[in-house]
Write a protein that binds this ligand. Structure first.
Ligand code: 4AD
Ligand code: MG
Length: 429
C-alpha cells in the first residue's frame, strides 16, 4: 500500500512506501538528499551511505531529475525541514530513469516555460498555484451549495452573443453560424426562472486582442443567477461568498501561500461588508487624485488600480452609465442614465474580478434595448420569453476564476493561474 506525502504527518516513526518523482537532489559524498514529490506534497529523502546497502546507494546516485520511483523509508519529524518531515530512505525501486529534463533548476524565460507548460506545472510554485485554484473552486461551490444554489450547465456553443459582438469566436455549426460562449448568463436567467437560485461554472471565451496581465482568451467563470433578488442583495451575496473563499484559502492553503511568498496581511482584511462607491464617486476620486477622467468613459486598468488604493479590501463600483454596460442591465429607476450594476475591484492592482447587475425585467424596456442594440428576434426570442411568462426582479454576477486566483496568490500575470493558458499567440501546448 502506498502512503502519500500529504498524509505523512500521521505516519511519524513508521515505515512507508511512496510513489514519487525526483525533482532535485544534493549529495555531500556520504549523504544524499533526494527532493521528492508525489503531487500531494514535497518531502526530502535522506540516505546515509553507511546505513544503506550499496545497491540502494548506487541507485540513488544514478537518479536523474524527474525520474519516477517507489521509495521506502522511515518517516521522521524534522523541524528544520519546510514540510516538517523527512524520510530516511531504505529502498529505491526505479520505475523510469528520466531523460535529460528540459527545465533545469536555473532561471528560464517565460516563453520557454510556457512552451513547456505541460512540465512546468510540476514545479513547486506552479503546484502551489494549481492547488489554491482547486481550493478556491471548492470553496465557491461549497458556499453556493450551502446557500441552496443549484449547479446548472449552460451550453458552450451558442447562436448569439451575451457580452457584445466585438470579441466573439465564430465557428460553423453544420450549416449554421455558431459562437463559443462569452458568458452563460442569458441561459442562467432562464434557469433561475425554473430553479430560483442557480450557478454555472464553466469555460468562457473572448477573442480579445488584448495582451495584458489580466486577460485570457479562454477563462473560467462562476455565474450565479437569482430570482427575486435585487441589486443590493446581490452585492451582499457577492461579498459573503468572496469573504468565505479568501478565509478558506487562508485556512487551508498555508503551505502553498508560503511557497508563493504571499504577503497574507492583505488577505486577512477581506471580510464582508466591502465598501461601495458609485461610478460618480469613483470619477471624483480619480480627478481628486490627479488622474484626468471624463464621465461616460470606461475605467481602464490604471484607473481601477488607483481606485483600489483607497481601500483595504475589495471595493464595489456601482451605477455605471448605461451606455458603457451590457444591454440587459436594469436602469436605476431614480436615474435611468445609470444602471443597477457593480464591478468588484480587487486590491493591489488586480482589477475587476466580478461583474454583475440586476437584469431588466420589464418586457417593453427589453424590447426597446433589442432594437437599440439590433439584436435579432431569431437569436434572442427565447430570452424575451422569460419576460413574457412570469417576469420577476432578478440579479446575477460573474466571477472570473483566474483573476481571483491571480489576486489571492499575488501573481504577476493570469497565465500562471490556469493549467494550459489560451492567450493571444498561444494555443500550445
Ligand atoms: O464583466 P464580465 O464580462 O461579465 C459577464 O460576462 C456577465 N455576463 C457575468 C454575469 O453577470 N453573469 O465578466 C465577468 C468576469 C470579470 O469580472 C473578470 O473577472 C472575468 O470575468 N473576465 C476575464 N478573465 C480573464 N480574461 C478575460 N479576458 C476576462 N474577461 C472577463
Ligand atoms: Mg465586466
Amino acid at each position: 500500500m502506498l502512503t502519500t506525502i500529504g498524509d505523512i504527518s500521521a505516519r511519524v516513526g513508521e515505515n512507508v512506501r511512496l510513489g514519487v518523482w525526483l525533482y532535485n537532489k544534493r549529495s555531500s559524498g556520504k549523504i544524499q538528499f533526494l527532493q521528492l514529490r508525489d503531487g500531494t506534497g514535497f518531502i526530502q529523502g535522506v540516505l546515509v551511505k553507511k546505513n544503506v546497502t550499496p545497491e540502494v546507494w548506487e541507485s540513488a546516485s544514478g537518479l536523474t531529475q524527474e525520474s519516477s520511483l517507489y521509495v521506502e523509508g522511515r518517516v521522521r519529524a524534522d523541524e528544520r525541514s519546510p514540510s516538517g518531515y523527512e524520510l530516511d530512505v531504505t529502498s529505491i525501486e526505479v520505475i523510469q530513469l528520466a531523460e535529460e529534463y528540459p527545465i533545469s533548476l536555473k532561471e528560464h524565460g517565460v516563453e520557454f516555460l510556457m512552451d513547456h507548460r505541460h512540465l512546468w506545472i510540476r514545479s513547486p510554485r506552479q503546484h502551489a498555484i494549481l492547488r489554491i485554484r482547486g481550493e478556491i473552486t471548492k470553496a465557491i461551490q461549497n458556499w453556493l451549495d450551502e446557500q441552496n444554489f443549484t449547479l446548472v450547465d449552460p451550453p458552450v456553443l451558442t447562436p448569439s452573443s451575451c457580452e457584445g459582438t466585438t470579441n466573439l469566436f465564430h465557428t460553423k455549426y453544420f450549416d449554421e453560424d455558431a459562437y463559443l460562449t462569452q458568458s452563460g448568463q442569458l441561459y442562467m436567467e432562464a434557469a433561475a426562472m425554473a430553479l430560483g437560485r442557480v450557478y454555472s461554472f464553466g469555460p468562457t471565451f473572448r477573442a480579445e486582442k488584448s495582451k495584458t496581465r489580466r486577460h485570457l482568451i479562454e477563462f473560467w467563470m462562476i455565474e450565479p443567477e437569482m430570482a427575486f433578488v435585487d441589486h443590493e442583495e446581490s452585492l451582499r451575496i457577492q461579498e459573503n461568498m468572496l469573504s468565505h473563499v479568501v478565509q478558506h484559502v487562508l485556512e487551508h492553503c498555508q503551505a502553498e501561500l508560503k511557497t508563493l511568498n504571499r504577503d497574507i496581511s492583505y488577505l486577512q482584511n477581506v471580510k464582508a461588508p466591502f465598501p461601495r462607491i458609485t461610478y460618480d464617486e469613483a470619477v471624483d476620486l480619480l480627478n481628486r487624485e490627479g488622474m484626468e477622467f471624463t464621465w461616460g468613459e470606461d475605467f481602464g486598468a490604471p484607473h481601477e488600480t488607483k481606485i483600489a488604493e483607497s481601500f483595504d479590501r475589495p471595493v464595489f463600483i456601482t451605477h455605471y452609465p448605461a451606455d458603457i454596460k451590457a444591454f440587459y442591465m436594469k436602469p436605476d429607476p431614480k436615474r435611468p442614465e445609470v444602471v443597477l450594476c457593480a464591478d468588484l475591484i480587487a486590491p493591489e492592482g488586480y482589477g475587476e474580478i466580478i461583474g454583475g447587475s440586476q437584469r431588466i425585467d420589464d418586457p417593453n424596456l427589453l424590447e426597446e434595448r433589442f432594437q437599440q442594440h439590433q439584436l435579432s428576434q431569431e437569436a434572442y426570442g427565447w430570452y424575451m420569453d422569460l419576460r413574457k411568462y412570469g417576469t420577476v426582479p432578478h440579479s446575477g454576477f460573474g466571477l472570473g476564476l483566474e483573476r481571483t486566483v491571480s489576486w489571492i496568490c499575488g501573481l504577476d500575470h493570469v497565465r500562471e493561474t490556469i493549467p494550459f493558458p489560451r492567450m493571444l499567440n498561444r494555443l500550445y501546448p
